[in-house]
Design a protein around this ligand. Structure first.
Ligand code: GCB
Length: 617
């Protein structure tokens, strides 16, 4: 029989990693994800967590196989691991890792570790009768399995989105403990799959907290400017829904936006959803020039959440992108979620402030958050500072397009991304993929996914970054059938770096879909401080020269509506190993990882200031 430890304080930390009597759980269709957690009063569980490295995944503690829908997914309940071995896993004497934080940049021994790490911490709780408690995990890469007081509470797959495990029935007054096994192993059938050009930071990479809510509570809401003809009529109709989890039909919900003269009460339907459409007395629409946010308070019974929400309209008109009815040109840059200077995953206010300082200095009004949803702070500051955002799921290049379970994961991640950020005015584009192979199986997969995104959020534009095909002489023709499913087409190309010479761009003729186009990747590598001639690769001069020729080419693309050079900052990538030049970094940054602006930064800064491409109408 499996011996379970008593829940006294000393034993609570000698957690039996493997003494779980509960059956292995499969991930439910959509794990609870409470919207606006960062605007609720929560108990932070950030700080020091004990950790143990799982030395033998697959043998005793953990089975790193299976998928979201696979019942065998998760811990191995092997009988031989109980008993005397338990003392070998004593968290109380184990070292600690900071949460939030990737393990790679905290412990030298874990720098290249892509396996399982067990996290543990004690926490105090005072659950009020009638309340519910959730464990909120901002992101854990790539899969996680969560126990509270030895009870399996949830599993999650996906490294870049939050999830909330309900722990109401297992948390008691006084001292409790949580154990999370985080597995950073890359999976062939994961999203992304095994081949990526960025660093696979593992661990509890974003904030962790306890969220206490009443029995029925607001878990989801959507408050936006009406997108239909009413918008053209007066810009003042707001619409959306508030969802109250586990509320009986007819539960009252109030929506209060004092500054817009909105105060209304609606009631939930049988699904707990309270739709509304309401007229605001006046509205200042959100835009980069005027990033106006309103205090929006939603309340139902004892639950109340106040969010900061901007209202704006984004749509396509022929080959133009209209923000609040006015044509916009998106002057931006790509970003990985890597912290400036200190390295590691972005997860502090300081990280995002530095990044947005760089973007403002570049004269950017737009950022492509590649290649996965970033920390929610990014969208929050984008809302506040007036930077438009492209947000993307981690569907990168080659994944298992032929597997229904992989499609299920993609839709799951899409759902999570949209749910978390649908109230952020800064987000104007949902991207469903980056650089995927052009074949029928992929096209069906991605077309369905793009349609799913549109169904989930008909108020935003759907995009994807497309690569290729190869140039024929001075002709580039993008005839990828998947672009039919998109509102805005992202085009990636590396003329002058991966193909040809920089000057090839001057005479390149593009045939592109008659849709708004964003040149979503272009650029070259340079090591900051490495100088030489413009035809000398890896120099700052050559990188800037490549961009200058790109600008000549870009100015001639009539339907071009945005540019995002690859990439704002150099970023870690284990596949980039040229000694002294790359040393483990992709060097296409306009800025080095330690904050040095390269010549290319100033090339783009000037182009954006002068509107070298995309003059405003
Ligand atoms: C690409 C990818 C991006 C890479 C970049 C590069 O096309 O979309 O993830 O990092 O090229 O530097 O090769």
């Amino acid at each position: 029989m499996i011996r379970l430890p008593q829940q006294d304080s000393s034993l609570s930390r000698i957690v039996l990693l493997f003494a779980f009597a509960t059956p292995v759980l499969a991930q439910p269709p959509l794990q609870t994800l409470i919207v606006g957690v960062d605007h609720r009063t929560t108990t932070s569980l950030n700080g020091d967590w004990h950790y143990l490295i799982d030395q033998s995944p697959g043998r005793a503690l953990y089975t790193p196989t299976g998928s979201i829908n696979d019942k065998s997914y998760g811990m191995n309940n092997h009988a031989t691991i109980v008993g005397p071995h338990n003392e070998e896993y004593d968290f109380s004497t184990a070292p600690t890792l900071k949460v939030p934080g990737d393990w790679n940049t905290q412990v030298p021994q874990l720098f290249n570790y892509e396996g399982v790490v067990w996290y543990q911490r004690d926490f105090d709780a005072q659950p009020k009768p009638g309340s519910r408690t959730f464990l909120h995990i901002g992101a854990a890469n790539y899969r996680s399995h969560v126990w509270v007081n030895q009870k399996r509470v949830c599993d999650h797959e996906g490294g870049y989105t939050p999830f909330d495990c309900e722990v109401t029935s297992v948390v008691h007054t006084g001292s409790n403990f949580v154990v999370i096994a985080v597995d950073a192993t890359r999976l062939v059938d994961g999203i992304p799959s095994v081949g990526i050009d960025w660093f696979n930071y593992g661990g509890l990479t974003r904030d962790v907290s306890l969220v206490t809510v009443p029995k029925a509570f607001i878990d989801d809401y959507d408050v936006h400017l009406a997108h239909g003809p009413a918008w053209q009529a007066g810009n003042t109709e707001l619409t959306g829904y508030v969802h109250v989890l586990d509320a009986p039909a007819g539960t009252a919900v109030t929506l209060d936006i004092p500054e817009a003269g909105v105060k209304t009460t609606v009631s939930t339907d049988a699904e707990g959803r309270a739709p509304f459409t309401v007229k605001a007395s006046k509205l200042t629409l959100w835009s980069p020039e005027s990033p106006k946010l309103y205090k929006v308070t939603l309340a139902s019974g004892d639950d109340k959440v106040t969010d900061d929400i901007g209202f704006r309209d984004i749509r396509v008109d022929g080959t133009r992108i209209l923000l609040n009815g006015k044509a916009v040109f998106l002057q931006g840059a790509n970003m990985h979620a890597e912290a400036p200077v200190r390295g590691g995953r972005v997860n502090t206010d300081q990280d995002v402030t530095t990044i947005f300082g760089y973007l403002k200095d570049l004269n950017a009004n737009f950022v492509r958050l590649a290649h996965y949803p970033h920390d929610e702070r990014m969208e929050r500051i984008a809302d506040r500072d007036g930077i438009m955002v492209w947000s993307e799921i981690p569907l990168w290049q080659h994944i298992s397009y032929d597997k229904p379970e992989v499609y299920a994961k993609a839709t799951y991640m899409l759902n999570e991304m949209i749910r978390r950020d649908r109230n952020k005015a800064s987000v104007i584009l949902w991207s469903v993929s980056n650089e995927t192979p052009n074949n029928a199986t992929r096209t069906t997969f991605l077309t369905n996914l793009a349609n799913e995104a549109r169904k989930l959020d008909p108020t935003r534009l759907i995009t994807s970054a497309i690569i290729g095909p190869a140039a024929h002489g001075n002709q580039m023709v993008n005839d990828d059938p998947f672009t039919k499913a998109l509102d805005v087409v992202g085009q990636n190309e590396y003329i002058g770096w991966y193909t040809g010479v920089p000057e090839d761009a001057d005479t390149m003729h593009w045939t592109l879909p008659e849709k708004p186009i964003i040149m979503s990747e272009f650029g070259a590598e340079a090591k900051a401080g490495n100088h030489g001639a413009t035809n000398q690769r890896w120099t700052e001069e050559q990188q800037a020269y490549v961009l200058q020729h790109q600008l000549t080419m870009l100015a001639k693309i009539p339907q071009l509506r945005g540019t995002t050079p690859w990439i704002l900052m150099d970023f870690r990538s284990p596949t980039r190993n040229i000694p002294h030049l790359q040393d483990g970094y992709n060097r296409k940054g306009l800025i080095s990882e330690d904050g040095k602006k390269k010549q290319a930064f100033f090339t783009m800064q000037k182009a954006y200031k002068d509107h070298t491409v995309g003059k405003p109408e």
